[in-house]
Design a protein around this ligand. Structure first.
Ligand code: NAI
Length: 339
């Protein structure tokens, strides 16, 4: 089938082309991000393949439908950027890649955490300048500390296992607790106030829904331990960035590891090194010595890219053959989470 791939980068083009050798679809790669204005690029393509910062709102979906699109094959796990209700009304199924490598994301959360608490970027910059002083590089052990994991789905599971491997005590919160896993992995489900009160590190692994939008706001931050380190590899809008900045300025929050940012669309995935950064909130976050930002790269491993490409193209195969779509996201899945 003809597939219009939006927001293409060299890394996913290579992975999709390699996988497509086994599937034989016709791939057209567009660097443009998908939105109403760019939807015309997909005219005549029965399948579009968007990424996390493509915006599939109702007008965009309508334009896609009018151009002949009949399947949206997201090459991501998250689907908060799609108006599922509008897609449903148009009869366009939306498929995603629910699990490509939860380890990729969970391991990145810990890569950021260790880099922050052991001050690795600072040490690396120093050593490159032949400054071998250790002043200002005192870190702290993860072993024996308490990790709060919000969301124990696929990625949260992996994060719990890694934390337990480090000898951390784990407290978790999920609207659908997995008590068997808790008993097996040795952790406890608690309510959010207790998780906030007792955790030294809090890692977010919930999807972005109306219920989780700005989950971490000023009220939540105020309940957290002095010096808490926050990790967000979920979605940017899980955290109210302005409230986080206030808490960082007051030194109430001891550090933040951010792979996602609520206004990342149009910034992340692009080389803006010769431009003026116009987003004052992100600019302020980048000034803190205890904030580490990566540009939504937690998923970016060879294993994950290969799985994403394979699952996406297998969904297109199933669609072409008129078979049930195993990885379809339905509007009710979003509504299942209390708003
Ligand atoms: P999942 O669907 O397996 O797990 C999500 C968990 O969150 C479920 O156990 C669910 O019950 C729980 N949950 C939902 N709403 C909740 C709420 N209001 N309070 C507490 N728990 C709640 O999803 P998975 O695969 O673990 O991914 C989690 C999120 O990570 C994705 O939705 C996506 O936004 C993000 N992600 C980020 C990536 C990156 O590169 N930074 C890559 C892949 C995913």
């Amino acid at each position: 089938m003809r597939i219009a791939v939006f927001d293409t980068h060299r890394f996913d083009r290579a992975a999709l082309e390699a996988a497509n050798a086994r599937h034989g679809h016709e791939l057209a790669f567009f660097e443009a991000r998908l939105r109403e204005e760019t939807a015309a690029l997909a005219a005549g393509f029965p399948v579009v393949c968007p990424f996390v910062n493509d915006r599939l709102d109702a007008p965009t979906l309508r334009a896609l439908f009018d151009g002949g699109t009949r399947l949206v094959a997201l090459r991501s796990a998250g689907y908060n950027n799609v108006d599922l209700e509008a897609a449903h009304q148009l009869g366009i199924p939306v498929v995603r890649v629910p699990a490509y490598s939860p380890w990729a994301v969970a391991e990145h959360a810990f890569a950021l955490l260790l880099s922050l608490v052991r001050k690795v970027p600072r040490a690396w910059f120093r050593v490159r300048e032949q400054n071998f002083s250790l002043e200002g590089l005192v870190g702290w052990d993860l072993h024996g500390k308490t990790m709060g994991v919000v969301g124990t789905g696929r990625i949260g599971h992996a994060a719990v296992r890694i934390a337990r491997g480090f000898g951390m005590r784990v407290l978790a919160n999920d609207i659908r607790p997995d008590e068997r896993f808790a008993a097996e992995a040795g952790f406890e489900y608690v309510d959010l106030p207790r998780l906030y009160r007792e955790s030294d590190v809090i890692s977010l692994h919930v999807p972005l829904t109306p219920a989780t939008h700005h989950l971490i706001d000023a009220h939540a931050l105020a309940q957290m331990k002095q010096g808490v380190v926050l990790i967000n590899t979920g979605r940017g809008a899980l955290i109210d960035s302005r409230a986080l900045i206030d808490a960082l300025k007051k030194c109430h929050v001891g550090g933040a590891c951010l792979d996602v940012y609520e206004e990342e669309e149009g910034i992340f995935f692009r080389d803006l090194s010769d431009r003026v950064l116009l987003d004052d909130v992100l600019a302020r976050l980048l000034t803190f010595p205890n904030v580490l930002v990566t540009a939504h790269q937690a998923f970016l491993t060879a294993e994950a890219l290969a799985n994403i490409a394979e699952t996406t193209l297998a969904s297109v195969d199933a669609f072409e053959r008129g078979e049930p779509l195993e990885h379809e996201v339905r509007a009710k899945e979003v509504l299942r989470d209390p708003a």
